[in-house]
Design a protein around this ligand. Structure first.
Ligand SMILES: [Fe+2]
Length: 335
C-alpha cells in the first residue's frame, strides 16, 4: 500500500462509522517486501486487513507528533536501541499475552512487556578465506590482539549495531576494560571507520583488510546480489564469543503503540508474528534467526554454522547505550 493510500485509510478510520473496521495499522522501519508475506498470511488467517506505512527514519518523532491521534497500532523495527527509543519516549503500551510469553525467550523481550523480539541476528566476524586461518580469531576480545594491526575494517563506532556490541563489552567487562577494547580495536584498523557492514566485506575482497565485524544476514543479502557475490565468496563467517559467554545478538522486534486504535487486532497481529510458522518466514526473508521454540533458521543461515548466543538481556544493553556512546567518543574511535 502506498503512503497516500495509507493516509487516506488513516483519515477514514477517524470516522466513528469505521471504528469497528477489521484493520490493523503498522509503522514499519523494515522494508515493505520483507514483511509482505507475513501481512498476506495474517490477513488470510484472520480476515483482518493490515495497512503498512514504511518509515525509513523518524519513527519516534512521528509517533510523538501524532500523539493520541496516531493511527498506528504497532511498530516494527530493528535493533534494541530503536525499540528502547520508542519505549523510553512513552510511546508504547504493555501487552500481556500468554502466546507472546510462550514463544519469545525472556532475554529477547522486555520484562515489562513493552517490546517483543521476533528474530535475531548475530554480530559476527567476516574473515578472509585466503588470509585468515581457521581458529585464528575466536573471541571479541581477540580483536585487540596486535597480530591484527592494520587488518580490521569496520563501520562507524557510533552505528547502532556497534554501540550495542560495545554495550555488551561493558556488560561483560565493565567500562574501563571496554574503553581499552575500543582503543585496542581502533589501533588495529586498516582504515578509518566508514561505510556499512557490506562495505567492509568488499574491502576484504579488495585486499584492504582481513577481518571485519558485521551482522549475519548481510551474507545472505550479498549472496542474493550479483554484484556482491564475489565479496561474499571471499569470506567466511566466524561466530566469535565473549570469553566465558556467547555470541552477541540483536533483534528485530515489535511493540504496540500507546494510542493503538485497533488494540485487539494489534494483539492478534503480534501473536501471529510470534507464531513459529510466521517467524520462520520472517527470519528466512532476511536471513535471520527465528526465536520461537521448535523453529529453525533457513538452510542457508544454518550453513554458516552453529553457535552459542550471549544471554545478556537486551534491555540491559539498551541501558548501557549512553555509556557505550561516551566511551566510543572518548576512544575517538572514528577519528
Ligand atoms: Fe542492517
Amino acid at each position: 500500500m502506498t503512503l497516500a493510500k495509507f493516509a487516506l485509510s488513516a483519515a477514514l478510520m477517524s470516522l466513528p462509522l469505521c471504528a469497528a473496521a477489521q484493520e490493523v495499522n503498522v509503522y514499519s522501519h523494515r522494508q515493505p517486501d520483507l514483511i509482505q508475506p507475513l501481512i498476506d498470511g495474517f490477513t488470510a488467517e484472520t480476515g483482518i486487513k493490515v495497512n503498512v506505512a514504511f518509515l525509513a527514519k523518524g519513527m519516534r518523532e512521528r509517533l510523538a507528533a501524532e500523539g493520541s491521534r496516531s493511527p498506528a497500532d504497532v511498530v516494527m523495527t530493528v535493533d534494541i536501541s530503536r525499540l528502547a527509543e520508542v519505549v523510553d519516549a512513552g510511546l508504547t503500551q504493555a501487552v500481556t499475552s500468554d502466546v507472546l510469553a510462550a514463544n519469545i525467550p525472556a532475554e529477547f523481550r522486555d520484562p515489562g512487556n513493552q517490546w517483543f523480539g521476533l528474530t535475531t541476528r548475530a554480530r559476527v566476524i567476516y574473515a578472509s578465506r585466503d588470509r585468515v586461518a581457521e581458529g585464528e580469531v575466536t573471541t571479541y576480545e581477540d580483536l585487540t590482539d596486535p597480530k591484527w594491526a592494520g587488518r580490521i575494517c569496520t563501520r562507524s563506532g557510533t552505528n547502532s549495531y556497534n554501540i550495542a556490541l560495545t554495550s555488551a563489552v561493558i556488560a561483560h567487562h565493565g567500562e574501563e576494560v571496554a574503553l581499552d577494547w575500543l582503543k585496542g580495536v581502533k589501533a588495529n584498523l586498516a582504515r578509518k571507520p566508514q561505510g556499512n557492514d557490506r562495505a567492509q566485506v568488499k574491502a576484504i575482497w579488495a585486499g584492504e583488510c582481513d577481518i571485519s565485524v558485521g551482522n549475519t544476514y548481510y551474507m545472505g543479502q550479498m549472496l542474493a546480489d550479483e554484484e556482491q557475490t564475489a565479496w561474499a565468496d571471499s569470506v567466511r563467517i566466524v561466530f566469535p564469543t565473549f570469553e566465558n559467554s556467547g555470541t552477541h545478538m540483536n533483534v528485530s522486534g515489535v511493540a504496540m503503540t500507546k494510542s493503538a486504535p485497533n488494540r485487539e487486532n494489534a494483539v492478534k497481529f503480534m501473536e501471529y508474528l510470534a507464531s513459529p510458522a510466521a517467524q520462520e518466514i520472517y527470519a528466512a526473508d532476511n536471513h535471520e534467526f527465528p526465536i520461537a521454540p521448535g523453529t529453525a533458521a533457513s538452510e542457508l543461515v544454518q550453513s554458516w554454522g552453529s553457535f552459542t548466543a550471549d544471554t545478556v538481556n537486551l534491555m540491559d544493553l539498551a541501558k548501557l547505550r549512553p555509556a557505550a556512546l561516551k566511551l566510543t567518543e572518548v576512544a575517538d574511535f572514528d577519528g
